[in-house]
Write a protein of this length. Structure first.
Length: 107
């Protein structure tokens, strides 16, 4: 029933589990095993925890956020760029070097 839990470590390392799941079960992966769903679920859970147990929003907090909204947006975009750079470096394919061959003649 909970056999999908063994794939969570792969998902948390930004790995695609489609092929691994298909090899083991012979079926396509279910919707709840996608990186998008897992990321959304984690964000939702921690947002709820923060709201219920740790964040007090008063007029002073709202004023600080409004006054610094451009800085907050810039920081979020910068962090997104850094994360995408890391993911791109991790997932890039090696460059194949082609050497010159003198034996081939084009006619």
């Amino acid at each position: 029933m909970f056999s999908f839990l063994k794939y969570i470590p792969l998902l948390l390392r930004f790995k695609d589990v489609t092929e691994v799941y298909k090899e083991e079960t012979g079926e396509n992966k279910p919707w709840y095993m996608s990186r998008t769903f897992l990321g959304s679920a984690i964000a939702f859970i921690f947002t709820c925890l923060a709201v219920f147990f740790g964040i007090v929003v008063d007029a002073g907090t709202i004023e600080i956020v409004v006054n610094n909204i451009s800085t907050i947006i810039s920081a979020i975009v910068a962090l997104y760029g850094i994360i995408m750079t890391f993911i791109g470096q991790i997932k890039k394919k090696p460059i194949v070097k082609v050497e010159k061959c003198d034996d081939i003649k084009i006619s």
